[in-house]
Design a protein around this ligand. Structure first.
Ligand SMILES: N[C@@H](CCC(=O)N[C@@H](CS)C(=O)NCC(=O)O)C(=O)O
Length: 341
């Protein structure tokens, strides 16, 4: 009897669990509320940053604007929620945001223990270290005994610990939740080293009193594939986010940009026809308009346009793309999107 009722309770629980997984329909919820809620950083130039007029810009912001363009045909149908590294995953799991697009590294633990799905990679990064040039340090192996400023709730903390232990070096972590506190502490001389993703160093360095007085060490101590994240158990929404990124990368590869998307609409190229929705039902298959990708490209741009506008060689971050892992695969890099077909 006891066994039977336990089984009954278990199957009832199973029903509840599968019902909630089956009912997760973020696309329908987003359509109903009229905008996409996007979790971003609290201010990381080039990736997600708010200007004085309250406008958010950046590579991670463009991904969310792309999703809004795909779903609503309006890249501005998006609202932003600034999140610290520590609070970001709870905000996504609890439904406070629909997407987390916030320089977040795809790791196995985040996939398997947090119930999240990474929809792709929009920036391949690795962790670096910055020191005041006055220290005279030229490589990371000279840092035995150093104090290190970093953010809590990040892969950064874990990697730096691995690196110092592996090299039998002593160190002291000085960790803060808010990224700007980390930068301020480093700038005030409370630690010898500032460590984060190399793109983050390029961005946060701009906030120092004298950026030119600091040196970025040559070592890259980890892999930090950064990308947009959604909740597990909602493949429809996962597909919308994943294919928004793939649309932007494929458009660049095919030479379709915000400047020529209008004339490309009459192209005879079958790949471009599928990309722009003049042939096939690729948008419909995602649950959105067939012009989904044309709207992303027209309103936000292709991946290369977004990269150059936000983090590329002519921006303050100066993250040269040519010859880097973030180049298209056709140019020797890792940016490779599956085909729209
Ligand atoms: N990619 C790493 C680090 C992410 C991270 O939070 N980095 C800090 C330092 S660049 C940051 O985002 N700061 C900006 C902010 O919190 O607003 C991770 O996913 O754990």
């Amino acid at each position: 009897m006891k066994f039977r009722s336990a089984l009954g309770a278990m199957s009832a629980l199973g029903l509840v669990l599968s019902a909630s997984a089956a009912s997760a329909d973020t696309l329908a919820d987003v359509k109903a509320k009229g905008s996409v809620q996007c979790g971003v950083s609290q201010g990381l130039p080039g990736f997600s940053n708010k200007d004085d007029a309250g406008t958010w810009t950046g590579l991670d912001v463009d991904l969310c604007k792309g999703v809004a363009a795909a779903v609503f045909g309006d890249a501005n149908a998006v609202k932003f929620t600034p999140l610290s590294a520590k609070e970001r995953f709870t905000a996504l799991s609890s439904g406070e945001v629909d997407i987390l697009s916030r320089n977040t590294t795809w790791t196995m633990t985040r996939d398997t223990q947090l119930g999240l799905n990474f929809a792709g990679v929009n920036y391949y990064d690795g962790q670096g270290m910055m020191v005041p040039s006055s220290l005279g340090v030229t490589n990371a192996l000279e840092l035995d005994g150093a104090s290190i400023c970093t953010n809590t709730g990040t892969t950064t903390e874990l990697n730096i610990t691995d690196f110092f232990r592996t090299n039998n070096m002593g160190f002291e972590l000085v960790a803060f939740e808010k990224a700007d506190e980390v930068v301020a502490a480093y700038d005030a001389g409370r630690c010898d080293v500032y460590t984060t993703d190399k793109s983050g160093i390029a961005a946060q360095r701009l906030k120092l009193a004298d950026p030119s007085a600091h040196t970025i060490l040559p070592e890259t101590i980890s892999k930090e594939p950064l990308g947009p994240v959604v909740r597990q158990g909602d493949d429809t929404w996962f597909n919308v986010v994943r294919w928004t990124l793939n649309c932007m990368i494929n458009a660049e590869e095919m030479g379709v940009s915000s400047a020529n998307v209008g004339e490309m609409a009459s192209s005879d190229n079958p790949g471009i026809k599928r990309l722009l929705g003049t042939e096939g039902t690729f948008g419909e298959n995602l649950g959105i308009d067939n012009a989904w990708c044309a709207n992303i490209i027209g309103q936000v741009g292709n991946y290369g346009e977004s990269y150059e506008a936000n983090v590329g060689g002519s921006t303050p971050l100066k993250l040269e793309r040519a010859g880097s892992v973030n180049a298209l695969w056709t140019a020797g890099g890792l940016m490779y999107a599956p085909p729209i077909r």
